[in-house]
Design a protein around this ligand. Structure first.
Ligand SMILES: [Zn+2]
Length: 571
C-alpha cells in the first residue's frame, strides 16, 4: 500500500469560485484522491481557504462585516459548496488558523537563523484618498516588462511577470481610482531567494517527469532576466499573521503581517495539524516530516498555471531555507485556463457559471463529468452550453444511463429482480472481457499519470464497450430462441454495472453510489482481473431497477441557461 499526500491549491476567501477555478485544482485533486483510495492506498487529501491579504479586507468592508467574521462565514460557504461537489477532503482548513499562525512564525524564525531574512527599508505606495498603503494588486498601472496597461502590482496578467507595485508605470489605486499616491518609507522582511537559485534549479532539473507546463514556468522565473529575485514576505496590513520570530516579538516589525503568499502554502502543513486537532487523524508528522515517517509518502500538488511560480520556487525556498526535514512535493500537476462561451469567466462581471449556481441547475456528477473530461491540460479549454449538453446527453444519458436502464428493466421483465442462472460464455463474451481487461489497465495508466482527459476517454470507451456488446448480443432477441444465452448475457451485463460503478466512482461518485445500491453490493474492490470481477454478483443475487441515472438536457434548458449566465450574476 502506497501513501499519497494530495493538496489542491487553496481557494481565496473573498467569494464563490467559478467552474474554471474548480477544474484547475480542487476537482482533479479530488479525482486523484478518490482513485488512489479506490486502489486501496492510504490518502491524505487536504485543502483550505486562503484568508489573508487586502482582497479579504476589502470584501469584508464591502459586506459591512469585521474581516474575521466575514472569513469565517465565507469559509463555511465554500465548505458547503465543496461538499455539494463531493470534494472528498480529509480536512478543509483555514490559513487563518492558530496552527498556521504558529507554523508561519516558526518558519520565519528558522529562515532568520539561517541568515536568509534581510530587513530592508523600502518605499511603498501610500494612497491618501484610501488612507492606507496599497499593496500588490490594488495598484494598477503599465507593466514595465510588456507594456500591458492594466498590470497589477503583484503580477502582470498579460506576461505573467511577478512585479512589485513600485515597478508600475503610471500607477493608480484600484480601490478609489485615485492617482494621489505617495511613496513612503517602510521596513519589510525579504526572503533571500536569489541565494537559493542554484539549489532550486538543481531540484527542478531533477523533475524530468513533471508536466512541461510546470517546469517551463519554473525555469522561466529562475533564468529569465536577472533570475530569481528576493521576495518581500511582510506587508503593512491589519489582517494577517503578525510578524514574529517564532514566539518572540520581531523588533521593528510591530504592527506588520506576513505576506499572504508566504503563509498560504505553509497552510498545507498547518492543515494537517488542523486535521489532527479536529480529531480526524492521529499523526500529521508521518505525512510531512521525512525524519518522522514521511519518507515513503508521495506528495502531489494540483493547481492552475498562475500558481506555479509560488509552488515551484517560493514555497520550496521556504522549505529548503528552513534546513528542516519537511516533505517536498514529488509531482506538480498544473492546468491551463477554462474559458467560458467565447470569453473568459469573470468574477467581477458575473460572467460564467459559479459553483453555487451550477449545483442549483444540475447535480454535481453532470458538472464533474464535463469538467474533468474537458480538463484544460495541454491547452486552454472552453465551456460552451452546446458542448455541455451534447456531452451529458451522449456520454452520461445515452451510453452509461441507457445501458443500466435497458439491462435492469429487461432482466426484471424476463427473469425477475435477481441475477439469472444458465448459459455459458461464448466467443463474444471472451472478446468483451479481453477488450475490457486491456482498457481497464489503460485507464489505470492514465489515472496514475494524472492524464485526466485520457482517463475520461478510456472510461467512456469502457462504457461504450458494454453498450456495443449489449447491442450485438441482443438478449431481447436471443431470449425467444435461447433463454439460457439471454440469461448469461444479462448476468454478465448486471455484473458490468457493478464494475462500471467501481471504475467510475472517481469521476461520478453519486451515480456510482446509486448503481452500487441498485446492485445491492458493497464490494467496491478495484478489479484486479476483469473476468473475475464480472462474477462478483452471483446467480440469485437480488437487485433493483434504479431511478434514471442521468437525464438529458433539453434544448430549452440549454437556451435558458445560456441567457442566465451571460453576465451580471444576480444577487
Ligand atoms: Zn507584462
Amino acid at each position: 500500500m502506497a501513501r499519497h499526500l494530495i493538496t489542491s491549491a487553496i481557494p481565496y476567501i473573498n467569494g464563490i469560485k467559478h467552474l474554471g477555478n474548480l477544474v484547475g485544482s480542487q476537482l482533479p485533486a479530488d479525482l486523484f484522491a478518490r482513485y488512489q483510495r479506490g486502489r486501496g492506498h492510504e490518502v491524505l487529501f487536504l485543502c483550505a481557504t486562503d484568508e489573508h491579504g487586502t482582497p479579504a479586507e476589502l470584501a469584508a468592508a464591502q459586506a459591512g462585516k469585521p474581516v474575521a467574521e466575514f472569513c469565517a462565514e465565507m469559509h463555511e460557504t465554500q465548505a458547503e459548496i465543496a461538499r455539494g461537489f463531493r470534494l472528498s477532503f480529509d480536512h478543509f482548513g483555514r490559513s487563518s488558523s492558530p496552527q498556521n499562525h504558529r507554523l508561519t512564525q516558526a518558519f520565519a524564525a528558522r529562515l532568520d537563523e539561517a541568515g536568509l531574512i534581510e530587513e530592508r527599508v523600502e518605499t511603498q505606495i501610500y494612497s491618501k484618498a484610501d488612507g492606507r498603503y496599497l499593496p500588490d494588486r490594488y495598484i494598477e498601472g503599465t507593466c514595465p516588462n510588456c507594456g500591458f496597461e492594466s498590470a497589477r502590482g503583484d503580477q502582470c496578467d498579460n506576461c505573467t511577470k511577478q512585479l512589485d507595485p513600485v515597478d508600475l508605470i503610471n500607477p493608480r489605486s484600484v480601490i478609489s481610482g485615485s492617482t494621489d499616491l505617495e511613496p513612503r518609507e517602510t521596513k519589510h522582511l525579504y526572503l533571500k531567494q536569489s541565494g537559493m537559485r542554484g539549489q532550486l534549479s538543481e531540484w527542478i532539473d531533477g523533475k524530468t517527469d513533471w508536466p512541461i507546463l510546470t517546469t517551463s514556468i519554473a525555469k522561466k522565473w529562475l533564468n529569465d532576466g536577472d533570475g530569481l529575485q528576493d521576495r518581500g514576505i511582510t506587508r503593512d496590513l491589519d489582517w494577517g499573521i503578525p510578524v514574529k520570530k517564532g514566539e518572540n516579538e520581531w523588533p521593528g516589525m510591530e504592527g506588520k503581517v506576513f505576506y499572504v503568499w508566504f503563509d498560504a502554502p505553509i497552510e498545507y502543513i498547518a492543515c494537517a495539524q488542523e486535521w489532527v486537532d479536529a480529531g480526524k487523524g492521529a499523526d500529521w508528522e508521518r505525512w510531512w516530516r521525512t525524519d518522522l515517517g514521511a519518507d515513503d509518502v508521495r506528495y502531489t500538488q494540483f493547481m492552475g498555471k498562475d500558481n506555479v511560480p509560488f509552488h515551484t520556487l517560493s514555497f520550496p525556498a521556504t522549505i529548503f531555507g528552513s534546513g528542516e526535514p519537511w516533505k517536498l512535493v514529488d509531482y506538480i500537476k498544473s492546468f491551463n485556463y477554462l474559458n467560458y462561451d467565447g470569453g473568459q469567466f469573470s468574477t467581477s462581471r458575473g460572467r460564467g457559471v459559479f459553483m453555487d449556481q451550477a449545483l442549483e441547475v444540475l447535480p454535481a456528477d453532470y458538472w464533474r463529468w464535463w469538467l474533468l473530461s474537458h480538463a484544460p491540460e495541454s491547452s486552454d479549454a472552453e465551456f460552451t452550453w452546446e458542448n455541455f449538453q451534447q456531452s451529458v446527453n451522449k456520454d452520461l444519458a445515452d451510453v452509461l444511463g441507457n445501458f443500466v436502464s435497458r439491462v435492469t428493466k429487461f432482466c426484471r421483465s424476463k427473469f425477475g429482480e435477481e441475477v439469472p442462472a444458465g448459459g455459458a460464455y461464448g466467443a463474444r463474451e471472451e472478446q468483451l472481457i479481453a477488450d475490457l481487461e486491456r482498457r481497464v489497465r489503460a485507464y489505470e495508466g492514465h489515472m496514475d499519470a494524472i492524464e485526466v482527459r485520457k482517463a475520461a476517454a478510456e472510461l467512456r470507451a469502457i462504457w461504450v464497450a458494454g453498450n456495443e456488446y449489449l447491442q450485438d448480443a441482443a438478449p431481447w432477441a436471443s431470449f425467444k430462441s435461447d433463454p439460457e444465452a439471454a440469461a448469461m448475457q444479462i448476468r454478465l451485463a448486471l455484473n458490468l454495472i457493478r464494475l462500471y460503478a467501481v471504475l467510475s466512482a472517481p469521476f461520478i461518485p453519486d451515480a456510482s453510489a446509486q448503481l452500487m445500491e441498485a446492485m445491492r453490493s458493497d464490494d467496491d474492490a478495484w478489479p484486479g482481473d476483469v473476468a473475475q470481477a464480472l462474477t462478483t454478483l452471483p446467480v440469485g443475487h437480488g437487485f433493483s431497477v434504479p431511478d434514471v441515472t442521468f437525464r438529458k438536457i433539453t434544448d430549452e434548458e440549454r437556451e435558458d441557461w445560456q441567457t442566465r449566465f451571460a453576465g451580471k450574476r444576480s444577487a
